[in-house]
Design a protein around this ligand. Structure first.
Ligand code: KG4
Ligand code: ZN
Length: 364
C-alpha cells in the first residue's frame, strides 16, 4: 500500500503519504493563517485561491519527502466534505486528476472521520481491532464540534453536534471581541495558562428538544456556544460603559480599559466555560452511549484538542471514569492530510467515481 492523501477543506492545503494505516512516510501542511489573519477569520475566496496556487507543490513535496514516485501510488484519497465548497474543490479535483492519470482508485474521506482517526496516528495508540469498538469520538475544531459513536471502521454514528458555533469558532470570536489576534484559540490558551478559575460566572447552556430541530439527537448532548459569546460581548460592553463613560466609542479596544490580569481572568473564565461544556457532554456520552460494563474509550481530535486545559480536563475525567483516553498528537490536531491518508488506509475512505462531486455538508 502506498496511499497519497490530500486535504483542503478550509484554510490548510495538505498532502501526506502513508504505507499502512499507522505509518506516515510524509506529511506536508501549507497553512494560510498569515493570509487570513488581517481579516480576523477565514476568507473563502482567499483560501481557494491559495489552494490553487500551492496544491501541486504540496503534493510534489509530500511525494518527494516520502521518496515515492507518483507511479508507485496504489490509491489517492482526499477530503470530499464537509467544508468550504470552493476549498474542497481544489484538493478533490487534484486527487481526481492524479487518480485518473495513474489509473488507481480514488477514495473519498469525510473530514471529521479524518479528525476522529488522527489519534490513531500516535505511535503508542492501540490498533483498531474489533474489541476496541464501540468507542466515543469527540471532534472539536474551528468548523466542527460533535460527539460520535464509532462502531466499526467506516461506521460512525453522529450523537450530537453544535447548533450554532463550533468550539474553536467560539474561542476565535471571543478573541476578536477582545481585540486579540486570529486564530484566538491558541492566544486564549496562552493567556489562560496558570490562571486558576475558582468560580465561573458564565451560565452553562442547556438545549431544548426544539433547539435541536427534530434531528433526533439528544439535546443534552448537543452543543451551543453563541449564548456564551453574547454574554462575553455584554460583559465587555458593560465594563466599557463603566470605565469609559461618555467616551461612547464602541470601538475602543478592551485592552484600553482592562488590565492584563483582568483580561487573563476573563479569557480563563470563558475558556473554562467552553471546556466545561465539552467535558460535561463527553462524560454523558461515555456514561450513556456505550454498552454497560464494557471498557470505555474516548478518542478526541481537531484543532481545539491542542488546548492545554481541555487536554488536562479530559485526562482527569477519563481517569475518574476509568475510561481510556486517546488524544491526537499536537502535529495531528489541526487540519492535516496524514489523518486523511491514514483514515483511508484504515477503511474510512469510500471508493469514488471520477464524476463524484465534493459535498460541503456531507453527513458522516
Ligand atoms: O482543526 P482545525 O485546524 O481546523 C478546522 O477544521 O476548523 O482547527 C482550528 C481551530 C481554530 O478555531 C483555533 O482557534 C483552534 O482550532 N485552536 C485552539 C488551539 N489551537 C488551535 N483552540 C484552543 N486552544 C488551542 N491551543
Ligand atoms: Zn478540521
Amino acid at each position: 500500500m502506498l496511499l497519497l492523501g490530500i486535504e483542503s477543506s478550509c484554510d490548510e492545503t495538505a498532502a501526506a503519504v502513508v504505507d499502512s494505516p499507522r505509518h506516515i512516510l510524509s506529511s506536508v501542511v501549507d497553512s494560510q493563517i498569515p493570509l487570513h489573519q488581517p481579516h480576523g477569520g477565514v476568507v473563502p475566496e482567499i483560501a481557494s485561491r491559495r489552494h490553487v496556487e500551492v496544491v501541486d507543490r504540496v503534493v510534489d513535496e509530500a511525494l518527494a519527502r516520502a521518496g515515492v514516485a507518483p507511479s508507485d501510488l496504489t490509491a489517492v484519497a482526499a477530503t470530499r466534505g464537509p467544508g468550504l465548497a470552493s476549498s474542497l474543490l481544489i484538493g478533490w479535483s487534484a486527487a481526481k486528476g492524479l487518480a485518473a492519470r495513474l489509473g488507481v482508485p480514488l477514495l473519498a474521506v469525510h473530514h471529521v472521520a479524518g479528525h476522529l482517526y488522527s489519534p490513531f496516528l500516535a505511535p503508542d495508540a492501540p490498533d483498531r481491532t474489533p474489541d476496541l469498538y464501540p468507542y466515543i469520538g469527540l471532534a472539536v475544531s474551528g468548523g466542527h464540534t460533535g460527539l460520535y459513536r464509532c462502531e466499526a471502521p467506516g461506521k460512525t454514528k453522529l450523537l450530537a453536534r453544535t447548533v450554532d458555533d463550533a468550539a474553536g469558532e467560539a474561542l476565535d470570536k471571543a478573541a476578536k471581541l477582545l481585540g486579540l489576534s486570529y486564530p484566538g484559540g491558541p492566544v486564549i490558551d496562552r493567556l489562560a495558562r496558570s490562571v486558576e478559575v475558582k468560580s465561573n460566572t458564565f451560565p452553562p447552556t442547556r438545549l431544548s428538544e426544539d433547539a435541536v430541530g427534530g434531528s433526533g439527537l439528544r439535546p443534552e448532548l448537543c452543543f451551543s456556544f453563541s449564548g456564551l459569546k453574547t454574554s462575553l460581548r455584554r460583559r465587555i460592553e458593560k465594563l466599557r460603559a463603566e470605565r469609559e463613560p461618555g467616551n461612547g466609542a464602541e470601538e475602543s479596544a478592551p485592552s484600553s480599559f482592562l488590565s492584563e490580569s483582568e483580561l487573563r481572568a476573563l479569557v480563563s473564565e470563558y475558556q473554562e466555560a467552553v471546556v466545561d461544556a465539552i467535558l460535561e457532554r463527553a462524560e454523558l456520552a461515555l456514561r450513556t452511549e456505550l454498552p454497560r460494563r464494557a471498557p470505555r474509550m474516548l478518542v478526541a481530535g481537531g484543532g481545539v484538542t491542542l488546548n492545554s486545559r481541555l487536554r488536562e480536563r479530559l485526562a482527569e475525567m477519563c481517569g475518574r471514569l476509568r475510561a481510556r483516553l486517546l488524544l491526537a498528537l499536537p502535529a495531528h490536531c489541526g487540519d492535516n492530510a496524514a489523518m486523511i491518508a491514514g483514515a483511508a488506509a484504515a477503511g474510512e475512505g469510500r471508493p469514488a467515481s471520477l464524476d463524484l462531486d465534493v459535498d460541503p455538508t456531507w453527513p458522516i
